[in-house]
Design a protein around this ligand. Structure first.
Ligand code: ADP
Ligand code: ZN
Length: 519
């Protein structure tokens, strides 16, 4: 597949910033028309793996799924995104069915969802052949297993359909056991092994680490200095920053090049080629870099700014260590990043449901940044995999110092509420620590009951508390009011004394990242 089709549609139709683990490879195989069997955990993002190829291919993709409600949901969501999709199920009204046939006859339909029972009715195969079906996608493929608890006799007709149409078939399931897989291969693919995707999402050779931003440039330079001569990527949020950071790295004696979407195509290709060819080049890039890069020995990836979403994070760190040898990552984040990412979501033209989903994906990443236990466990958990502590992340290396922060958080929330949720962390910390600034005096905030109630913590500790409160989505900066901190619903139980919260005591400290030594 040479066409850039999948990447372009990922953003424009589905509104996603990056593929989830595993999706990219599966999408490529299905789009290329190879028979595929993909085993993905529930919630892993299966539907995209046939919906996206359906849009990139000519003709109609027929999707067989056992769950009528789910089919209807997917059709509704696709239509809302401007995709021609329809369903033929027993739940249809006559008008709905008529509409589907009209779209089919007009050659407009891209995805046709069908309940397996439909295959039993005479003429279904002939009908599908007439309609120009070019791909069959089978959701919940384990339903062909006669020994499984979800057995659907009509699924046994799918193999027949594939033979009759002579088109590729892509099967999806979350059930990974060996017998079920073998049965799927026998019944859907006539025993001829399809391209199979079973890889777990874990990339155990990649070390995960986050640090709060203190002196971000110095933090990145220290990280790079400890890995001198190794190929690496630094991701930045803005084009201007890629230039200045690349310059700083060169001044520190590294070979480094900037890369961003605003550069001329020729210059971008040159940098890509240099990166593939040279050892030890550091590319400082916006997310535009990496899609087409196939370099197995990238030894490290650093984020100078917080990525957009947990999916973006996973995809970007995933460019490191493809050869399986140890690779290191470091992600920096701070209150400004959180403000920027929140504002990007709030100010986007997306509909409200998509904004809510984008906030949730950002929350997942912030939760990972402020995690109190193994990061990999949390990351994999988000993608639906269960795992124990990994022994290869900064929090496994050095378990963080935790404390019951319930009282501190309640004090912070109360300072925000008593001042009308109109101020940023700096002013609220002045109030909590009893610091009489001009602003505090002018507003009369030195007479608030919360004034000085937080003297037990230092300013730096309060900064860490406020940052973590944002990471746990207890407060959010309000883009319309210069980032004033506003309490979220999630904070209410803590304020009321119905829930407790544990935070990390780590101070905002000058971090110097050396190579991690592991036994
Ligand atoms: P399942 O594998 O259980 O069928 P779905 O296809 O329904 O999962 O996807 C689960 C959720 O993941 C959906 O809410 C979907 O919007 C979201 N999702 C799928 N792919 C991505 C992606 N690349 N980036 C962000 N979210 C995604
Ligand atoms: Zn770990």
């Amino acid at each position: 597949m040479q066409a850039p089709c999948p990447e372009a549609l990922l953003a424009s139709v589905f509104g996603f910033s990056a593929f989830r683990p595993g999706q990219e490879d599966i999408v490529r195989a299905v789009t290329a028309g190879r028979n595929t069997l993909a085993i993905m955990p529930t919630g892993g993002g299966k539907s995209l793996c046939f919906q996206l190829p359906a849009l990139c291919r000519d003709g109609v993709t027929v999707v067989i799924s056992p769950l009528i409600a789910l089919m209807r949901d997917q059709v509704r969501a696709l239509r809302a995104a401007g995709v021609e999709a329809g369903a033929l199920t027993s739940g249809n009204t006559d008008e709905e069915t008529e509409e589907v046939f009209q779209a089919l006859d007009a050659g407009r339909l891209k995805l046709l969802y069908m309940a397996p029972e439909r295959l039993a009715s005479g003429g279904a195969v002939a009908l599908l052949r007439r309609m120009g079906v070019t791909l069959i996608a089978v959701d919940e493929a384990h339903c062909v297993s006669q020994w499984g608890h979800d057995f659907r006799p009509d699924y046994l007709r799918i193999g027949e359909l594939r033979r009759a149409l002579g088109v590729p078939l892509a099967a999806f399931t979350a059930t990974a056991d060996e017998e079920t897989r073998a049965e799927i291969v026998t019944r859907l693919f006539d025993g001829q092994a399809p391209e199979t995707f079973l890889r777990g999402f874990d990339r155990p050779n990649i070390h995960l680490a986050f640090q709060p931003k203190d002196q971000p440039r110095a933090q990145i330079l220290a990280f790079a200095a400890a890995r001198r001569g190794q190929s690496g990527i630094v991701y930045c949020a803005t084009r201007a920053k890629t230039e200045t950071l690349a310059q700083a790295l060169r001044e520190a004696g590294h070979s480094a090049a900037a890369y961003h979407g605003g550069m001329e195509a020729g210059a971008r290709r040159d940098t890509e080629a240099r990166f593939q060819r040279e050892d030890g080049l550091i590319v400082v890039a916006t997310i535009a870099f990496g899609m087409g890069i196939d370099k197995p020995d990238i030894r490290w990836v650093a984020h100078a700014d917080l990525p957009k979403s947990i999916e973006g994070y996973y995809q970007e760190i995933g460019r490191a260590g493809r050869d399986g040898a140890a690779a290191e990552t470091l992600t920096l984040y701070g209150p400004d990043d959180i403000r920027l990412r929140r504002a990007q979501v709030d100010e986007s033209p997306a509909p409200p449901e998509r904004k809510a989903a984008d906030h949730a994906r950002l929350n997942a990443l912030l939760g990972l940044a402020e995690a109190t236990g193994c990061r990999r466990q949390r990351l994999l958990g988000y993608f639906g995999e269960t795992a124990g502590p990994c022994g290869n992340c900064d929090l496994c290396d050095t378990p963080p110092d935790l404390f019951d922060a319930t009282e501190a958080v309640r004090k912070a929330l109360s300072a925000a509420l008593r001042t009308g949720e109109s101020f940023g962390a700096g002013h609220l910390i002045d109030i909590l620590t009893g610091t009489t600034t001009d602003k505090v005096r002018e507003r009369g905030h030195d007479s608030l009951p919360t004034f000085g109630v937080g003297r037990d913590l230092t300013r730096a500790q309060w900064q860490a508390v406020f940052r973590q409160m944002q990471g746990h989505d207890l407060i959010r900066p309000d883009a319309d009011r210069h980032g004033a901190l506003v309490m979220t619903e999630a904070a209410r139980p803590i304020l009321r004394g119905e829930a407790q919260i544990t935070l990390r005591r780590d101070l905002v400290r000058r971090a110097v990242a050396g190579p991690v030594v592991r036994a």
